[in-house]
Design a protein around this ligand. Structure first.
Ligand code: NAD
Length: 243
């Protein structure tokens, strides 16, 4: 287990799913965690968890991102976890869905990176972890056009930031999960009507025969937060989907 004692970590979309599990794992590794989300009710479930303070943050709002970083001060580790899955192909997707996907899945990360990076550069140390997906430049997935395009962009922005700041003590890596148990995955399965069939279909695309857990993804995030000899990489953690 990495030792993150003394590190200040900011997590977006931390109220549920992978973000929540990762905020808890960072805190267990000794970090001081700022867990942020728009869902303040769900953030309440951290209630008094040691090492975790919660903040409302809408990552679509540049001024709010800047204001929060002014409030928190130095951030050593940034975990950009916010993202949304739209259904549709290039022909059926709505233009407004693509615009929203770029704003939430890509530009939100640029906002938070711009806010924390000058401080990281000044301290010559920082780890930025961006949530991508294997549904991206790694793998085409049916009916996930806006998602695949934007998660590929996350890998591109990760590599661009890594290349520009590798000499300044900054590491910037992407996490690319397969299918992971989470509240939004549950709603996507329910929305398909026949829950059991939808669930079986999601499981069948994972060669390991099961969905991933948020905790398994959190382990990789904790590793990357402390890792000192890797940058610009897209880490697949996908139950064998892309073997
Ligand atoms: P989730 O989708 O269940 O939860 C998402 C969280 O994001 C919610 O708490 C929501 O309130 C928050 N959020 C939404 N809009 C926001 C905004 N504007 N500002 C701040 N927070 C906002 O969680 P999940 O399924 O674990 O997904 C988390 C990330 O992991 C996403 O980027 C997703 O694309 C990625 N991912 C998930 C899977 C999966 O199978 N679950 C696979 C690959 C990648």
């Amino acid at each position: 287990t990495a030792n993150l004692a003394g590190k200040v970590v900011l997590v977006t979309a931390a109220a549920q799913g992978i973000g929540r599990a990762t905020a808890l794992a960072f805190a267990r590794a000794g970090a001081k965690v700022h867990a942020t989300d728009i869902n303040t009710d769900a953030l309440g479930s951290f209630g008094g968890e040691a090492g975790i303070s919660t903040h409302r943050l809408d990552v679509l709002d540049t001024a709010a991102v800047e204001a929060l970083i002014t409030e928190t001060g130095a951030v050593d580790v940034l975990f950009n976890c916010a993202g949304f899955v739209h259904a549709g192909s290039v022909l059926t997707m709505k233009d407004e869905d693509l615009d929203f996907a770029f704003d939430l899945n890509v530009k939100s990360m640029i906002r938070t990176i711009r806010a924390v990076l000058p401080g990281m550069i000044a301290r010559k140390d920082g780890s930025i972890i961006n949530m991508a997906s294997v549904a991206s430049s790694i793998k085409g997935v049916p009916n996930r056009f806006a998602y695949g395009v934007t998660k590929a962009a996350v890998i591109g922005l990760t590599k661009a930031v890594a290349a520009d700041y590798v000499g300044d003590g900054i590491r910037c890596n992407a996490i690319c999960p397969g299918t992971v148990e989470s509240p939004s995955l549950e709603s996507r399965m329910r929305a398909q009507g026949d829950y059991e069939t939808a669930r079986a279909a999601f499981i069948s695309r994972q060669p390991m025969g099961r969905l991933g857990t948020p905790e398994e993804i959190a382990d990789l995030a904790v590793y990357l937060a402390g890792a000192t000899y890797t940058s610009g990489q897209a880490y697949a953690i996908d139950g064998g989907w892309t073997i």
